[in-house]
Design a protein around this ligand. Structure first.
Ligand SMILES: Nc1ncnc2c1ncn2[C@@H]1O[C@H](COP(=O)(O)OP(=O)(O)OP(=O)(O)O)[C@@H](O)[C@H]1O
Ligand SMILES: [Mg+2]
Length: 482
């Protein structure tokens, strides 16, 4: 929030009164500006960002009540304190109904004046906090907390060490790169929690989820009437994240023009709501994430170089799961604990065979896919150990070597000649398709699955695979599975 002096607009036509008030309030450290007429006040309130208005009821060109009701709809968050010369209680009460914060009778006494002003300023700060909290609560509901970040591999433990150091400094921004499902979102939340802003808001927004103009109004907020649907003033995510962290997910998809606005806010730490006239100062740390090759986006002129430089001061790269296989077992058992508790089961772990299968699979969907796979296995498994490979990797895919090696590109549209449907190499009926992987790995998986189905009987397994017995024996030997 702004650490500047609170700015007060005094609307008062009596020069003696306004000079006196200006002296008192100036001495007390307020930044005070005066308007002698309604017209002047109207012009000033549009251009400057006031924290409070002191408004006289009787003005030469209009009255305070009219101004008050107008301003309450234009600037509903701005506290207005009325001053009345006559102790005109009925009018004052009416004004309170219209939304005035309080009223003072003239001559105004200094202690009461200061007390009222400070109350009004505190009240408006609290009101804003409440709005922010309400908005934050609305946004929290979808977030499922899975607890700790698992890091066993050298690559991840090193990344984590770096993040711990970063979190202890008051970093201004951070760029997290990694394929989809590698844990960028989780790391962003974790680093926020490890740092000095842990008790302040963590606000996230997915830059590819909404069209650019909506993202802009999400980020910066807007004033009533800024566009057709702007029925109310709306607080933006930057304001909500004040003091805390704003997580910009899928930053690579952010609109090019909006990128420039973002950079400006990051540099100045202030901005305006859409069609707002008031600068809003914020203190926000940015964590951005992308699963795209952002350097390529820069060279294709889709991502601004200046913003890239600014964000990339501390780059954090999370490797794909297949490049840190040491994490697989630990993650899998972490997820087993989580889901067996969630489903009220007593699942202790995986069979060696199942673990082997988890290790050879290339996990194109990274940790998210592993988590989903373990969740499915926990739902379907009856025993205490997950040993059924068909549960981990649905069987149909494993038994069809064709589908394992077929290219990942979409199968040709059948629409042209629906009469000739010949290809059994499409996916299995379950809709499960195997991602591309080295042929040898796929073969190992298929053989494991057949051996498990045949309960270790090699002759039976050979029959399932359509192989000669000796061919299977050779392969088992070759893969060290015999
Ligand atoms: N190291 C980890 N330890 C524990 N859980 C993890 C880890 N990495 C990822 N996860 C879990 O895997 C899932 C996917 O992670 P997350 O949503 O953070 O990925 P992401 O990189 O943000 O993906 P996307 O690019 O698709 O948004 C989440 O449920 C997360 O809790
Ligand atoms: Mg994510």
């Amino acid at each position: 929030m702004s650490k500047e002096k609170p700015r007060i607009l005094l609307v008062e036509d009596n020069l003696l009164v306004s000079t006196a008030l200006q002296d008192i309030l100036g001495e007390e450290g307020f930044d005070i500006q005066c308007a002698g007429t309604g017209k002047e006040a109207e012009a000033m309130i549009k251009d400057a960002s006031f924290n409070l208005v002191l408004l006289d009821l009787m003005l030469p060109d209009t009255n305070g009540k009219t101004l008050l009701s107008k301003w309450k709809s234009e600037f509903p968050e701005l506290p207005v304190v009325l001053m009345t010369a006559h102790g005109d209680i009925p009018t004052a009460v009416e004004c309170l109904r219209l939304g005035a914060y309080d009223f003072l009778t003239k001559p105004v006494e200094k202690p009461l004046l200061l007390k009222t002003i400070n109350n009004a300023l505190n009240h408006s700060a609290i009101t804003k906090k409440v709005t922010v909290l309400q908005e934050l609560t609305k946004r929290e509901v979808n977030y499922e907390q899975l607890g700790d970040v698992i890091a066993v591999s050298a690559a991840m433990t090193k990344t984590f060490e770096i993040l711990k150091l970063v979190a202890q400094s008051d970093y201004s921004c951070l760029l997290v790169k990694g394929e989809s499902g590698t844990g960028k979102g989780l790391l962003a939340r974790t680093i926020h929690k490890m740092g000095g802003r842990a008790d302040k808001p963590f606000v996230e927004v997915n830059c590819s989820a909404l069209p650019p103009n909506l993202i802009e109004s999400e980020l910066f907020g807007h004033m009533k009437g800024a566009f057709t649907d702007a029925k109310e003033n709306k607080i933006g995510l930057f304001e909500m994240a004040d003091g805390g962290t704003l997580f910009l997910d899928e930053i690579g998809d952010m609109d090019y023009n909006l990128q420039a606005k973002l950079l400006k806010v990051m540099e100045e730490q202030k901005f305006r709501r859409i069609s707002g006239t008031k600068d809003i100062s914020v203190d926000v740390t940015i964590i951005a994430a992308t699963n795209q090759n952002i350097e390529k986006l820069v060279s294709d002129n889709k991502f601004r170089l200046d913003l890239y430089y600014r964000l990339n001061v501390i780059p954090v790269e999370i490797p794909a799961l297949r490049e840190r296989k040491e994490d697989i077992a630990a993650l899998a058992s972490h997820f087993i604990k989580f889901f067996s508790r969630k489903f009220g089961k007593k699942i202790s772990g995986f069979s060696q065979e199942a673990l082997d299968a988890l290790m050879v699979y290339p996990w194109p969907g990274n940790v998210r896919e592993l988590r989903n796979t373990v969740e499915r296995a926990c739902i379907l498994t009856r025993g205490e150990e997950i040993n059924d490979l068909e549960i981990l990797f649905p069987a149909a895919a494993l038994r069809q070597p064709e589908s394992l090696v077929s290219s990942p590109s979409p199968s040709p549209a059948p629409a042209a000649s629906p009469a000739v449907v010949e290809s059994p190499a499409e996916g299995p009926a379950t809709g499960f398709t195997m991602p591309p992987m080295p042929l040898a790995d796929a073969e190992k998986l298929v053989i494991k699955s057949a051996m498990s189905e045949a309960q270790g009987n090699k002759n039976k397994a050979a029959a399932i695979l359509g192989l000669h017995r000796t061919t299977l024996y050779k392969k088992l030997e070759e893969y060290g599975m015999s």
